[in-house]
Design a protein around this ligand. Structure first.
Ligand SMILES: Cc1cc2nc3c(=O)[nH]c(=O)nc-3n(C[C@H](O)[C@H](O)[C@H](O)COP(=O)(O)OP(=O)(O)OC[C@H]3O[C@@H](n4cnc5c(N)ncnc54)[C@H](O)[C@@H]3O)c2cc1C
Length: 382
């Protein structure tokens, strides 16, 4: 099989950011994606709201590829929530203004993401499920991928686990944690009616102030094949019920798009060299690789320590996206699209530089990130 410098598993926003970053460092990069489109939950999952890059008080905190992909997603116009104050300088940026976020078209976004990766020389392997690893002396030596050709063994230098579920870390024996509370059912879908094409956000998060009802009392881990299938069927059932109700007052309404991957928020995450807690907002981290905001409330800013992306038990594996090392409270804020792009860019850049993440020269990594538009510390934003 072909030899690559960096193998990225998972083509959601985290994996895409990692692949782009590694390829831009001149490395040979392959991205394995089990579906036949890029974007993960952000496209196939119909989660089309790119949450804020700013803190809600007019300060941008996430930059680099996180901002590049937000802009890319609305190349041909936003579906909704266009932040004119950020993109066109219209109006002011204060606590009462629109945050720097957008709603994009999922299908168009998937095509544009694919084009951007190809322009940067990334090999995309669709329909390719990473199913196992061989490890030797604390390193992954082989990654097994299953696709139409059968089961293929890829020799490995470094792996970025951007599967969202920490699959590769789990196969390789890296310590992981699961989401204790379990996930509520979601059934986001698109419908068309006389006034256009609309996102229906059915199924809420566990947050005070979130509108909408819970679709069922049951919680889901997202890590059991049978349970996931039941969850998807339930979600389809609720979609039908919701649409039948809607049709009574909106006879022109037609269900137009269903998610093709399970809409599950938090499943399994790595236990990294450091576990960041929600209380650590506004904390200076020497090894910060970028910053993220909190979509739930205005104000908090988190620097992301590099140590939350790896565990030295397996030297050549790094994670990105919704499975980094954070506590249960912060997970809800860290799992969203901009944060996945921030950790993706850091992981991909690091993977281009080393095959032993615990031995990486952090200041050299930070220099590269800064050269590529990332701002590392809160003290450096206005
Ligand atoms: C109901 C719901 C509402 C949400 N609302 C928002 C919101 O409004 N805004 C927001 O920003 N975020 C929201 N989120 C969270 C956000 O969508 C995701 O957390 C984020 O998109 C995750 O990106 P990721 O790249 O880490 O993972 P994913 O998007 O899950 O991507 C992982 C990719 O890896 C692939 N994959 C998985 N396992 C393997 C494997 N073993 N081999 C090969 N490929 C594999 C998957 O097919 C997928 O494409 C929501 C999530 C849900 C479920």
């Amino acid at each position: 099989m072909k030899n690559y410098d960096v193998a990225v598993c998972g083509g959601g926003f985290a994996g895409i950011s990692a692949a782009l970053a590694a390829a831009r460092e001149g490395k040979k990069v392959v991205l394995f994606e089990k579906e036949y489109m890029l974007g993960g939950l952000g496209t196939a999952g119909l989660i089309t709201i790119y949450l804020p890059l700013c803190d809600g008080y007019g300060r941008q905190v996430s930059f680099g590829i996180a901002e590049e992909l937000l802009k890319l997603s609305i190349t041909y116009g936003a579906e909704d929530r266009y932040p004119a104050n950020w993109l066109d300088g219209i109006g002011t940026r204060t606590e009462n203004d629109t945050r720097y976020m957008v709603q994009y078209n999922a299908q168009l976004c998937a095509i544009l993401l694919e084009k951007r990766l190809k322009e940067n020389g990334v090999d995309i392997m669709y329909g390719s499920y990473a199913v196992d690893t061989d490890t030797e002396n604390g390193r992954i030596t082989t990654l097994y991928v299953q696709n139409k050709s059968g089961r293929i063994a890829y020799p490995i230098r470094t792996v970025v686990d951007a599967t969202g579920d920490c699959d590769i870390a789990h196969f390789a024996g890296v310590p992981t944690e699961t989401f204790k509370q379990g996930n509520k059912l979601a059934a986001w879908y698109y419908f068309t009616n006389d006034s256009g094409y609309h996102l229906q956000q059915l199924g809420v998060v566990d947050e005070p102030g979130q509108t909408g009802e819970s679709l069922t009392k049951r919680r889901f881990s997202g890590l059991d094949g049978e349970e996931i299938s039941e969850m998807v069927c339930l979600s389809h059932e609720r979609t039908l019920k919701h649409w039948l109700e809607k049709r009574k007052t909106d006879p022109g309404a037609v269900i137009s798009t269903l998610a093709t991957i399970p809409q599950i928020r938090m499943t399994r995450r790595i236990v990294g060299e450091y576990e960041m807690a929600d209380a650590e907002m506004h904390t200076y981290f020497e090894d910060s690789v970028g910053m993220v905001a909190n979509w739930k409330k205005r104000g908090p800013v988190y620097e992301v320590p590099f140590r939350t992306l790896y565990n030295k038990k397996v030297k050549n594996l790094i994670v990105a996206g919704r499975c980094t090392s954070v506590d249960e409270d912060l997970w809800e804020a860290m799992r969203v699209i901009p944060c996945c792009a921030v950790t993706g860019q850091a992981a991909g850049t690091a993977a281009a530089m080393t095959d032993d993440f615990s031995a990486l020269d952090i200041s050299a990594l930070q220099k590269k990130l800064v050269a590529n538009g990332v701002v590392l510390h809160e003290k450096d934003i206005l």
